[in-house]
Design a protein. Structure first.
Length: 173
């Protein structure tokens, strides 16, 4: 049901169930409980449900105000993380992958470079950077990077990553 101005909203545990006023007036507590169970949330029978007309809850004004603000992109958020902690391998890796996803290969390559420069034992970086270089046609650099990653994975005892990089290296030859 699409909420309208005359729709009553039943809000419990941040789950919203829209019920028309006519239907709500005829509901007993066990019917409401069945609805809540169907929505996979628990409801204490003794608790009073928060029932109000659409737009009357104070959180509605807060949410409308919050939604009006421009939202940051994933890349902007990750760039802030990296600016705060430049040596954080996970944040740098995530930023590099986000750049790859957005098609910014030069930024992704520079982030992968910095990642492997500051964290030479970050095995996933070798694989993803090798894949990126292979897609960009820089096959010699990709082969060298994957070979280095195989050595690092072997030292770390990560057989799965080693095998994946070995398969990627085989495809590049």
């Amino acid at each position: 049901m699409r909420p309208t101005a005359n729709t009553v909203i039943f809000r419990r545990l941040n789950i919203v169930v829209a019920i028309s006023p006519q239907v709500f007036n005829g509901l007993y507590s066990y019917t409401i409980e069945r609805l809540m169970r169907r929505a996979k949330i628990s409801w204490n029978k003794r608790a009073t449900p928060d029932v109000y007309a659409l737009g009357e809850h104070k959180s509605d004004r807060y949410n409308a105000k919050r939604m009006a603000q421009p939202q940051k992109t994933r890349r902007e958020i990750l760039e802030e993380f990296v600016a705060q902690k430049p040596t954080d391998a996970f944040a740098r890796y995530g930023l590099a992958l986000e750049c790859v996803k957005l098609g910014d290969s030069s930024a992704a390559a520079s982030h992968f470079d910095k990642l492997l420069e500051t964290n030479p034992d970050y095995i996933a970086g070798y694989y993803q950077f090798g894949q990126l270089l292979g897609r960009l046609g820089q096959l010699d650099e990709a082969r060298k990077l994957l070979s280095d990653g195989i050595v690092v994975a072997q030292k770390a005892g990560d057989v799965h990553a080693r095998d994946e990089m070995q398969a990627a290296l085989t495809l590049l030859r």
